[in-house]
Design a protein around this ligand. Sequence first.
Ligand SMILES: *Cc1c(COP(=O)(O)O)cnc(C)c1O
Length: 356
Amino acid sequence: MSKVHNFSAGPSILPQEVIKKAAEAVLDFNGSSLSLLEVSHRGKDVVAFVDHNIALIKEILGVPEGYSVIYMQGGASLQFHMVPLNLLKTNGKAGYIDTGTWANNAIKEAKRIGGTQVLASSADKNYTYIPKNVAVPEDLDYLHITTNNTIFGTEYFHLPKSSAPIVADMSSDIFSRPINVAEYGMIYAGAQKNLGPAGVTLAIVRNDLLGKHGRDLSPMLDYKVYIDKESMFNTPPVFAMYVCMLTLEWLKANGGLTWIEQRNIRKAEMLYAEIDRNPLFVGTVATEDRSRMNATFLLKDETMEPAFNAILKEARISGLPGHRSVGGYRASMYNAMDVDSVQALVDAMREMERRA
Ligand SMILES: *Cc1c(COP(=O)(O)O)cnc(C)c1O
């Protein structure tokens, strides 16, 4: 059987060798004759790999002193609630930039908690661009952005100018390119796009921002508790964290963020070049804001969709239909995707042109 090219938006593609190693650990964890699924999270081998996992994140991203790295559950969606609980003072203000569905969900949650201002939005053009030159008030507790808009296919390549700490939802572009962590107050990401399976969420928090909210928080909603207990206040999703560690080892062994960025640029350039060249297709977002992770595009003539879908099926291309709010197609080209899968999609688009 030839390989399936997995363009799923999330949960999404993982490196084959990571999946194999994860499967081995499910059968026999570290030669213990026990499955990783049936051992205590307090066991020495589990504690050791969680420590290694955190160390890899710090090394690969270059996390400076003064930041903590933690794993939590509840997905990025719980972070929409936890971020304002922990970082928005009871009489303070947070600023948000509205760049699509996920940003909107974050805004809704922040409004439940306290003073929340939407400083800019690209809703006027169905989120096909990133708002530029946003005036950010100086007295904000934080400014929240969504660095990659998974559904609409836009990505930030320049951070907004802000004297307030920037909090970034990086669920779908973390580890896809080098970043300067010091430019952020906090970064969070659900694992299931670029890092591992669903069930675990990564956060990197600047320690001096914590403990100022003035609320009586449940320990399960308090970043300080996760930091003090090294992500093990309660039973963490051990298997999901193990797979994240395997993905980080894969990333490091191949050359880390500079390597993956080059590969991601190459994949994105190949696909966008074909979208722009092929007379049947059109991209949906502003050229300068095109995401390297999720490329959104349409067939100019929608009636051709069944024919193109048939070509995709023949080529064993999976996961391409766009989100219902955009329609058309969305090619998610996360870290684990090889260049040959993007080539297969480009070939399918050319085949459509030949048949049209
Ligand atoms: C997928 C995604 C989310 C939602 O993540 P959950 O883990 O399902 O809560 C939030 N933000 C972005 C940018 C995403 O891509």
